[in-house]
Structure formats: C-alpha cells, structure tokens
Design a binder for this molecule. Structure first.
Ligand code: DQA
Length: 146
C-alpha cells in the first residue's frame, strides 16, 4: 500500500507558537504535527515527521527518503525562496511532493512570493494555516491513487 507521507519542516518551523501568531497561528510545533498526524489518519495515510534547521540535513534526508516514503509534504520555511539545493534534492527524491505554507506568502513581502521549490512540486498551498496540510495530504492521496 502506497500511503507513507514524509512531512518535512525546515528552518524556524520548530519555533511556531513563539513566532508571529498573525502569520503562523498559535499552535506549537508539536501541536501542529499532532494535527497533521490526525488529518493523515482520517485519510488513511501514514505520516512520518522530520524537522531540521540545517539545510544540509534537509537535503540529506531527501537523499534517502525514497526508502521510507511514497510522497512528500514540504514546508521548507525561508529556504523555499532561495534554496536551489533543496529544489535539486526534491527532484532527485523523485516522489510526488506538495509545498505548504501556514501563512499567505503571496500577501507578504515581495521576496516570499517566489518559490524555487514549486517547479519540483505538484502544487503549492499557502495561507490556510494547519488546514492547508489537510488539503495537501488529500492532494497527495489523490496522486498516490491515480
Ligand atoms: C512559511 C513562510 C516562509 O516565507 C517563512 O520563511 C517561514 C514559514 C509558512 O509556513 O508560512 O518560515 O513557510
């Protein structure tokens, strides 16, 4: 059964709950992961979690992720906007991926409006808070069942 989704959070996401609640809400990171896990369960998906503030570790996890997952849900934080290394590692991983952002990146600073990761993803979901993760999981489920 292809239902393993690797949820990958990047730089500074572990600090939500202490970051600006106007953009990121007031859930702690542990609470966000619990919420995502519950969404996954409802959809019959098996979510696994990874977070790092080190770009190299994020890339290295993508190098080996094909052995433990069928799809990727990625919120790479600020790396989204400039890390060609993560773009290339996502391509290398070769798994269906959805990019998610808690905040509405299109409505914030100019530099957040561009994602260098989006070309390696099926779709981008932003500005829907934790519910965006449910939408992302549903999109991955549809892709895995296609
Ligand atoms: C973010 C948006 C990014 O621009 C920002 O750097 C983050 C979080 C989001 O989830 O809204 O750290 O990815």
């Amino acid at each position: 059964m292809r239902n393993r989704v690797q949820v990958m959070h990047g730089v500074n996401l572990d600090q939500i709950g202490r970051r600006d609640p106007e953009h990121y809400g007031d859930l702690t990171f542990a609470q966000l992961e619990q919420r995502i896990d519950a969404f996954a369960h409802e959809l019959g998906l098996d979510a696994r979690f990874f977070q790092t503030n080190s770009e190299g570790e994020f890339v290295e996890h993508l190098h080996r992720v094909v052995d433990v997952a069928d799809a990727l849900l990625v919120n790479a934080g600020a790396w989204t906007h400039y890390s060609y290394a993560i773009h290339d590692a996502l391509e290398f991983a070769g798994l269906p991926a959805v990019e998610v952002h808690l905040s509405d990146v299109q409505a914030r600073e100019q530099w957040r409006r561009h994602s260098v990761l989006a070309p390696a993803c099926i779709t981008v979901i932003s500005g829907k808070g934790p519910d965006g993760y449910r939408e992302a999981l549903a999109a991955l489920k549809a892709e895995l069942e296609a």
